[in-house]
Structures are given as C-alpha cells and as structure tokens.
Write a protein that binds this ligand. Structure first.
Ligand code: NAP
Ligand code: 12T
Length: 339
C-alpha cells in the first residue's frame, strides 16, 4: 500500500515517448503532489533533458537500484521493459502503474479505469495495469449503460490515430503526407502499408482466430473491467491517417430497452463523459476538437432500428490522455486518496 505523505517521489519510465511526454505534462498540469520526479528512457536518450515546471530534468537509464526511494512508477516503455523492470520496481517498494499490455490480464493485477472500477485498486500487489487506449473510452461509456440496462453484446469498429503506435509512427504519417504531396517516393517502416491517405484494418499482430491482438484486448479487457464475463464484444480495429484521438463506432445490445433520450440522459451524468450530439447543427465528436481534452466525447446517439434493444453511438477520446497518460495519473491520484 502507498504510505500517506504530503508529496511523492514519482518515476516515469519511457519519459521521452509519446505517452511518457504526456505523462510528464499531465503531472504538471494537474499539480500532482510531487516530492521529486525522475525520468527514464533508453540508452539512446542519455544526456537528454525534459522540461518540468520550468526546470530541465535529466533523462536517465534504468539500473537495478533506480527505484530506491520511488513511491510510484508510471511505465510506458513497451511490454518487454515492463516485464523486466516492473518486478524490480515492486521489489524496491514502489507501486507500478503500467501502460503496456504485459500485465493487464494477469488475475493478480487490477486493470483500472477510475470512473468505472476504482474499487479494484484495493486488491493490488504492487502492479496496476492501465487498459488499452481503445478499451478505456469504450468502458467509460458502457458502464452507465450496463448499470441501467445490462449490456449483452457490443459490435465496435475503431478509427485509431497513429500516435497510438508512438512517436515514430507520427513522424511516418507526416513524412509520407509531405512526400506524396511533393511527388516523392513514399517510404514506410512502422506500418506494413502506406498510412497517409489510407486506412489499415490491422492494429497489432494477427492471431489464429483471424482477429488482431488489439481487437481481442478490447473484448477481454472490457469483461475484466466491468467485472462481467457475460458482456460479449466483437471488434474491428482500423488505423486511420489521424495524428491524435481514437474514434469508435459502437453498436450496443442491451437486456432492458432504453430510448435514445434515456441513453443521452445517462451519459450526460456519467463521470468523464461529454455528450456532444446535435447533428442538426453538424455537432458530433471530431478528433481535431477532442485532442488535449480529458473527457470521452459521445455523439450520434440513436437507436439501432434493426433490433429490439439496440443503440448506436460514436465516441472520440484523446488516446494519449485518457487512453494512456491521464488514466495512469488518475489511478495514482486515487491511490493517494485511499492511502
Ligand atoms: P514511443 O513513442 O515509441 O516511446 C517509447 C518509450 O520507451 C521511449 O521513451 C523510449 O525511450 C522508451 N524505451 C524504449 N526502450 C527502452 C529501454 N530499454 N529502457 C527504457 N526505456 C525504453 O511509444 P509510446 O506510444 O509512448 O508507447 C510506449 C508504451 O505505452 C508501449 O508499451 C505501448 O504499448 C504503451 N501504450 C499504451 C497505450 C494504452 O493503450 N494505454 C497507448 C499507447 C501506448 P527512447 O526515446 O530513449 O527510445
Ligand atoms: N499495438 O497498449 O499500435 O496494448 O496503437 C496500444 C496501442 C498496443 C497497447 C497501437 C498497440 C497498445 C497500440
């Protein structure tokens, strides 16, 4: 358990990455009670500094004793680093909030979205997992609907931005776009196909069942977070040439019938949700508007007229904020509240 203190020693592992930089910015913006902040990345970042609250902090490489005296470590440096270093950090007395997929489905590890299942935090044994960036906004929206009408099945299609796969992918989209507009040859390295002016129905590796890992993460993580194995989720995850924010089209079948207005009212009161839904005025959530926002935006709320108890809606959320850094920092804030 976290010791009660006035301020905490925090480490960010993967601090120079797309998610890590957002973590550092989020700690600053939310005035997290910091006694000190240490930043870690790969050997390639040795000698770099990152700005925090007007000061330049050095970026360090991980060593066996790096976590001595650290209370909370936010990990965002890939699954292999989490597998290797999270147990080292826990042994040193640190609580790890991990952004990779390494620990999410481990029964010993709580998988937490504070608005949905903060109570799961009490059972942690040192590691707490942050869900996938597409799962988080989906469960924030499903939770109030599930509580009111029990969600039976969800058909979800995602429209995921390139920042979900890190800094290199953001550079790739920018470079390919510039090259194409200047009649130059396109080069690719992160994705198996050109991403500029294209959509790829392929996120993370393919599995034997024909789904991708990303799609199965959405199905499995949702059951764990909602604490209900009966909720069926079938997903298609698509990469789109957008820099920031993931969109998701959700078709939700419930046990109890809800009207579109009832869904709107439930979501209007839900923590972390903003209903942004006035199609007659061309108002619906857009990636360019939701970037840098904390909440999950919901629009296009309407009934699925092909079934008796179905809802269609469209959500957009900033994948680097609520999808990653913000959710991790909110978990740390809850840990402090319950300490
Ligand atoms: P990124 O932009 O490529 O950044 C990767 C970070 O990891 C960099 O800071 C990098 O340092 C660091 N790193 C690499 N090897 C390291 C090592 N050996 N030791 C220490 N640090 C090392 O990627 P990203 O998008 O930020 O993603 C990072 C992680 O977050 C991944 O695990 C990813 O799965 C996860 N993620 C989770 C979500 C979510 O759904 N919640 C969303 C996006 C990403 P250098 O700069 O020195 O190379
Ligand atoms: N492959 O945290 O490529 O499990 O967008 C997040 C994002 C894995 C994860 C991506 C990925 C994760 C991606």
């Amino acid at each position: 358990m976290l010791k009660q203190k006035r301020a905490y020693a925090v480490a960010v592992v993967g601090a120079t990455g797309a998610v890590g930089e957002e973590m550092v910015a989020t700690l600053e913006q939310r005035a997290f009670p910091l006694e000190r902040l240490r930043l870690f990345a790969s050997e390639g970042s040795e000698g770099k500094t990152l700005n925090f609250d007007g000061r330049d902090l050095p970026v360090e490489t991980l060593k066996t004793d790096s976590f001595a005296g650290i209370d909370i470590a936010l990990f965002s440096a890939g699954s292999e680093r989490s597998a290797r270093w999270a147990p080292v950090a826990v042994k040193a007395g640190c609580i790890v909030i991990d952004n990779s997929s390494q620990w999410r489905m481990d029964p010993e590890v709580p998988l937490v979205v504070p608005e949905v299942n903060a109570q799961a935090l009490k059972r942690h044994k040192g590691i707490i997992a942050n869900p996938n960036c597409s799962t988080i906004p989906m469960v924030v929206v499903l939770k109030p609907i599930h509580d009111a009408a029990k969600v039976r099945r969800v058909v979800v299609t995602t429209f995921q931005s390139v920042s979900g796969s890190g800094k290199k992918a953001m550079e790739e989209l920018g470079q390919q776009t510039a090259d194409l507009l200047n009649f130059r040859q396109v080069r690719r390295s992160v994705y198996p196909h050109q991403i500029a002016f294209n959509c790829l129905p392929h996120i993370d590796a393919f599995l034997d069942n024909g789904y991708t890992k990303e799609e199965m993460k959405m199905a499995n993580e949702t059951k764990k977070i909602l604490g209900d194995d009966t909720v069926r989720v079938t997903a298609t995850a698509v990469r789109v040439p957008v820099f920031r924010c993931h969109g998701e089209s959700l078709n939700i079948e419930t046990e109890k019938k809800l009207t579109a207005n009832e869904v709107r009212a439930l979501l209007a009161q839900a923590p972390g949700v903003i209903v942004y839904d006035a199609p007659e005025k061309n108002i619906y959530p857009l990636a360019i508007d939701v970037a840098d926002k904390d909440e999950t935006y919901v629009g296009r709320i309407r009934l699925d007229e092909t079934i008796e108890k179905g809802i269609n809606l469209w959500i957009v959320s900033d994948n680097l904020r609520k999808g990653a850094a913000l959710n991790a920092v909110q978990i740390a804030e809850r840990l402090i509240e319950i300490s």
